[in-house]
Design a protein around this ligand. Structure first.
Ligand SMILES: [Zn+2]
Length: 429
């Protein structure tokens, strides 16, 4: 089942669509966005030099700093009169990135999300509970309008209200819920407290996004909620949710390549990597008028697989994002990703799937403190457990964290709205 035939089109056909749309996008960017005109001129390029996606590597990258430098709407290619919606990305520092959409852009976005839903096994008869936050964040409205495009039923509950979420799952028999992976687990905990076993409800799919999710975390969600966990990916600068999604084969996320052209580059040199090799995902929009984006560095690390998927879709698959290049933690010359800690946490039955990482500086020395939560029914030896967890962390991280705290069940704050924070860097404070 596909939402539209492009998803499974022969790749030569897809390429023709991409090349035509890229020429149009480049022309629009050059003629209407001063930033791109200057970038092209500095590189000695004209739009005529970009005839096909193979020419893209001639162009410099666009970065999040470029969005910041042209805040609020300097990256827009159309007048505000033609923009019918704006959203903004949540910046942790400084100004957010403002993004805008024409009516045609919204239509593309709706279709991209509808494709994602169908790939996730959602049909027009299904009820989808949307627990993404509504508002400036693209998640809520993005998912919402895709459900409507498909003709399924959307419950626009938004983030938080967790007891109400559980009640609606039960009372309206939601088939699907869309939320962050950490929230899916919190939902299961609250349901437990209410005496509801989500596994007994009609819910069969969780579409999770907005946070990286490791494979052990997905398995935990699937087991706790009795569902299939489907990863959806997107970012506001490109469109919002709907850039790519897993199909039911759960073997990589299909990127809607007629809308978004992907490249993977070495994060240090910017050079393209070989197919299948890990690098930073770079995306170019092919069907957006208000905010055309050329070669955007997403900061997300992944690989691309052009092999045919068992679902029949021909669109390339990217690997689940488990790390961002700017998530990399560097302490005392050692590098690690929070996802590596997560995979260890999920290996132990004695601890709950919640953790936090605190980085502190004492004198000139960086310290790494990891806090994990015991499961409610824990009754074993604390020191034995601590020893085993530390040993495993040392193996995976190649260093031993300075401190491992085992706290009581429920002591690590849960995130009801927005993205979960796992890493707290107190250095430099
Ligand atoms: Zn597939």
């Amino acid at each position: 089942m596909v939402f539209d035939s492009t998803e499974a089109a022969p790749r030569e056909e897809l390429r023709e669509v991409q090349d035509g749309r890229l020429r149009e996008t480049v022309r629009n960017a050059y003629e209407n966005v001063e930033f791109y005109r200057e970038t092209f001129d500095e590189a000695g390029l004209s739009p005529a030099d970009i005839e096909s996606v193979e020419d893209l590597s001639k162009l410099p990258f666009t970065t999040k700093e470029d969005f910041r430098d042209h805040y609020p709407t300097g990256m827009f290619a159309v007048d505000m009169d033609d923009v019918i919606r704006v959203h903004a990305s949540s910046g942790t520092t400084g100004k957010p990135k403002i993004v805008g959409y024409t009516r045609e852009d919204l239509d593309v976005w709706n279709k991209a999300v509808a494709r994602c839903l169908v790939a996730a096994g959602v049909g027009p008869d299904d009820v989808v509970q949307n627990a993404y936050g509504y508002g400036l964040f693209t998640g809520g409205l993005g998912l919402h309008q895709g459900v409507e495009e498909l003709g399924a039923t959307v419950i626009p509950i938004g983030g938080g209200n967790t007891q109400r979420q559980v009640e609606l799952l039960s009372d309206l028999g939601s088939d699907v819920i869309a939320c962050t992976p950490s929230y899916a687990l919190y939902l299961a905990e609250v349901a437990d407290d209410m005496g509801v076993d989500i596994r007994d409800l009609p819910l069969r799919t969780v579409i999770f996004g907005a946070e990286p999710c490791t494979e052990p975390m997905r398995n935990e969600i699937e087991a706790r909620l009795g569902v299939t966990g489907i990863d959806i990916y997107g970012l506001s600068e490109i469109v919002g949710p709907g850039v790519s999604v897993e199909c039911e084969a759960q073997d990589g996320l299909h990127i809607w390549e007629d809308y978004f052209y992907p490249e993977v580059v070495d994060p240090n040199t910017g050079d393209p990597v070989e197919e299948g090799e890990e690098g930073e995902l770079v995306l170019t929009t092919l069907a957006k008028d208000a905010l055309p984006v050329l070669r955007y560095r997403t900061g997300d690390l992944t690989t691309l697989d052009y092999g045919t998927c068992e679902c029949g879709r021909t669109c390339v698959r990217m690997d689940n994002i488990t790390g961002r290049s700017d998530d990399l933690i560097i302490v005392r010359g050692v590098n690690f990703y929070p996802s590596e800690v997560e995979s260890v946490v999920l290996e132990f039955d004695e601890i709950a799937p919640h953790y936090r990482i605190d980085l502190r500086r004492e004198g000139n020395l960086d310290r790494v403190e990891i806090t994990v939560e015991l499961v409610e029914e824990f009754g074993g030896s604390l020191s034995d457990l601590e020893g085993r967890i530390q040993k495993r962390l040392s193996n995976v991280l190649s260093f031993t964290p300075d401190e491992l705290n085992l706290v009581e069940y429920g002591d690590i704050a849960r995130t009801e709205v927005g993205k979960v924070q796992r890493v707290y860097d107190h250095r430099g404070q």
